[in-house]
Write a protein that binds this ligand. Structure first.
Ligand code: NDP
Length: 333
């Protein structure tokens, strides 16, 4: 029995690989090049139960076919995690929407035509749930039943909205395909994911999109204005990884597992950084100590937390671990 993890080089995926390997699963990861696969294999200590297949670009709906033709007998579980998560583009369709949607189509077609897969877990997002227009409204509460109302054309106003749309359209395709073809599907819908990189050597000046929120604050200067000033919701990457395993180990078919451990603000992160690392000469923000007072919409994920059954890592711990790793790399600690 093997677990296929698409987008194995990703920030979250590396923690998922770590959990899978610790539980002795056979793991097949998809990577975009041989070099990336070789590097990742080495990072994990070259275990014999970890192997890689190359999928250069998930925008090609045929991309997964050779992999499934070759390894169809082994793959029992699919964790489809690959999807672009960045805001560095003005070609929203080509760089965000098409890979997300075609990647999901491609993986499901390959499963349907060539595989003997028992369960599929798709890494979707809270942004497939969120209605951006209501987010600043402190009274708005979202649950796992909600859907982002974005349209294909309407979401192409800026990279953030286009990314949000990409996750919604990809998840819709997953549910439709699973229903039509009687495939067991669970989606994982995390809010912004913080936490350390799996490997210290992966810490670079710029981190993955979600951790950049913390990284920019670590690199701020005294008196800097907080820009952008986030009031949002977070979850730690180690909890997200754990949820991916529970999603197929337990009977969670049909669930959208919403992962959130509550709100955060940029000021709140600054307060933690200034308290834990007083030697850092960074901005105190405009309202030191008042980090979490401004309202932002809430994600009521009590149902998912009950299904998962483990306590989530606190904001303080998540920020502390993320910052410690960066500061060690930078020689501050
Ligand atoms: P990363 O950017 O670290 O990982 C994305 C992964 O997808 C990488 O392995 C990347 O490969 C691969 N990928 C991207 N585009 C393509 C493509 N066109 N063809 C093939 N592979 C591709 O992101 P995260 O780990 O943060 O995110 C992983 C998943 O979790 C995504 O589906 C994301 O939408 C979702 N998510 C993330 C959240 C977060 O806050 N981080 C929150 C909610 C959901 P390569 O490394 O080679 O570029």
């Amino acid at each position: 029995m093997a677990v296929l993890v698409t987008g194995a080089t990703g920030f979250i995926a590396k923690w998922v690989l770590d959990c899978l390997l610790k539980e002795n699963y056979q793991v097949i990861g998809t990577v975009r090049s041989q070099e990336k696969g070789d590097k990742l294999h080495k990072q994990f200590g070259s275990p014999s139960n970890l192997s890689f297949e190359i999928i250069k670009d998930i925008s090609d709906t045929e991309a997964f076919k050779p992999l499934f033709k070759k390894r169809r007998k082994e793959i029992d579980i699919v964790l489809h995690m690959a999807s672009p998560f960045h805001y560095n583009t003005s070609d929203y369709e080509k760089d965000l929407l098409t890979p997300a949607v075609n990647g999901t189509k491609g993986v499901f077609h390959a499963i349907q035509n060539y595989g003997d897969v028992k369960k599929v877990i798709v890494t979707s997002s809270f942004v497939a749930i969120l209605d951006v227009a209501k987010f600043a409204d402190g009274g708005a509460v979202f649950t796992e039943k909600d859907w982002n109302p974005a349209t294909w054309e309407g979401c192409q106003t800026d990279p953030m909205n286009a990314y949000y749309g990409s996750k919604k359209f990809a998840e819709e395709i997953a549910w439709a395909f699973a229903k039509e073809n009687n495939i067991s599907l669970t989606t994982i819908n995390p809010v912004l994911v913080f936490g350390p990189q799996k490997f210290d050597e992966d810490v670079t000046t710029q981190l993955n999109t979600s951790n950049e929120i913390i990284n920019r604050l670590i690199r701020s200067k005294p008196g800097d204005k907080i820009e952008p000033d986030y009031h949002s919701v977070y979850v730690d990457v180690r909890d997200v990884a754990r949820a991916h395993l529970i999603a197929f180990q337990k009977d969670t078919a049909g669930e959208r597992l919403g992962l959130s451990n509550g709100g955060f603000s940029s000021q709140g992160i600054l307060d933690i950084l200034n308290e834990k690392f007083p030697q850092l000469n960074i901005t105190k923000g405009s309202e030191p100590g008042k980090g979490d007072t401004k309202p932002a919409a809430k994600f009521d994920n009590r149902h998912s937390k009950k299904v998962l059954g483990f306590p989530f890592i606190s904001l303080e711990q998540s920020v502390y671990d993320t910052a410690t790793q960066v500061l060690k790399k930078e020689g501050y600690l």
